[in-house]
Write a protein that binds this ligand. Sequence first.
Ligand code: GP9
Ligand code: MN
Length: 634
Amino acid sequence: MDNNRRVNIPLYVLASILFGLKTYIVYRFALSIELDNIMQEAILFINPFVSAFLFFAISVWFSKQSRQMKFIRYSAVIGSVIIYFNLVFYRSFTDFITVPQLFQTSNAADLGTSVLTLVEWYDLAFFIDAIIIWMISKRFTDRVAVDYEKSGKVFALSMSLVLLAGNFFLAEMERPQLFTRAFDREYLVKNIGLFNYHVYDIAVHSKVKTQRVFADGNELPEIQQYIHDKVRGNERSELFGAAEDKNIIFISAESLQTFVINNEVNGETITPFLNELTEDEDTYYFENFYHQTQQGKTSDSEFITENSLYPSSRGAVFFTHGENEYHAMPEMLEEKGYETSVFHANNKSFWNRDQIYQSLHIDEFYDVDSYEITDENSVGWGLKDKEYFEQSIPYLQSLDQPFYSKFITLTNHFPFELDEEDMSIDRYDSNSNTLNSYFPTVRYMDEAIEEFFADLKDAGLYEDSIIVIMGDHDGISANHNKAMSMYLDKDEITPYDYIQLQRVPFFVHIPGHGEGKVMDEVAGQIDIKPTLLHLAGIHTSNDIYFGNDLFHDDRKGYIAMRNGDFVSDDYISTNGICYDRGSGEVIASQSDELEEDNVCTPIKDKVELELDYSDQIIYGDLFRFVDFDPEPEH
Ligand code: GP9
Ligand code: MN
């Protein structure tokens, strides 16, 4: 080594700074990444440098100077190209590249034709850092290459890992369960950076692909037999075809739980409109209807509803298995001549909706870009529900009928923010801000739905439609049990109470029907697909699903939760305790010797088998082996 040479600043450090800075500028100014607070800004600023350092620091392990320089230069070029591809992709799709999207021919074709219009001359600026790095590496090799002892190399490596851990720690603090829930690519990118996001995406993708490769369809006969013997009931309920050729308007009501229905807060009614519906002669109201979602929240509720399959126990199946072959409700409605759409004023990549909606056969997704959103008409998560419904009406009018349209509301979302002028009832007063704020936003959503009904009438759409309303999942988690017990006037929230709190309202409103009533049987989101398809007069005897038609008595008699808990006609099993459903009395508990074999055990076994079958279908992408023939006419 030449002892006289001056090492100014090692190139791997300089490259990390230049490349990190460029990446930050791209994040900040070329992509429209939303930042809600200082913490997010800080993380977004840190992560480009962390990932750049992580990579460039590998170079110190090359002892030959020329190799070291080569590694840094090519890394800078390849890294720049990756950023640039993402940028061009983002200009077209407002989304980041995923492995499956890269190989999706339709996307590639879309990009292919329009790619030139997406490239700007000033894009060259995105390569300036790479050019500088290239030049320095060639000209000043002596000054910028390092020759570390082993300890120096280990130090560089440790340093990069410490930085990475720090970044992940902050990210996890800002977004708990960022990795397991994986709800939005934009969130991932802004928290862990574009490159780490790609590594994560490749890891998830490879895992999914491996499981898929090992499936060959031989699993299916056993599953089909089980469904035939143990799940499927008679499809001919009295209501079969009652909504034939009518539009289906499905409202997914954010975080709406059953405990607010026909209830009061501070002496005031919480949901006057929905309460009215529970007694309405055109409405069936299901008071023992459970959500069955897990980490995927709204996306899980959509998944269960459209497919009558169970969600994943970890993460969001919308994300992990968005490319699977499905045989979802929209597809079956489409075959019957329906136009299918979703209205949701959020960014389309949230929960990977833009991708999985294609697999579910949703023709049109009216996402955030379809709405006029201003500071005045938004609160919390975005566009206020009343505005959202109002702005949706013209789109709805433009659809070919019959249509199946799903509306996903947003205002009643944690942390339940609401402007003073939109508050018709007062907040509750307890130690939980969340529960306190929940009531006024629920009321706001109730009013929004009422206005939507009126608008549908004005638009002439009401008579030819059925309107379904469902709470997507709970809004008040167990963290607020203390406040909840105060509100419900109970000493404590037991596991039994807690599972009963997982009830969400479900309404089927059929204008002019006249035979509506309150339905008290145990029901759940898994039942929606067969129920609605039968209402629309669509046969399901060749289909594969785990729910029942709620208008038929011929049913399984239990609702399985994703974690293996269940609610049956007579029993509830949760937390290892077997309860009597009616009285809430404990029949057997974990500490009990009876636990191994009690009245809950046979149902529990079925629940576990069913969840496993559903997982096999999803992980193995088994529907690709099934030919869902058009139903024979009966
Ligand atoms: C986001 C909305 C809310 O698009 O669906 O999602 P959540 O946090 O309830 O799953
Ligand atoms: Mn939700």
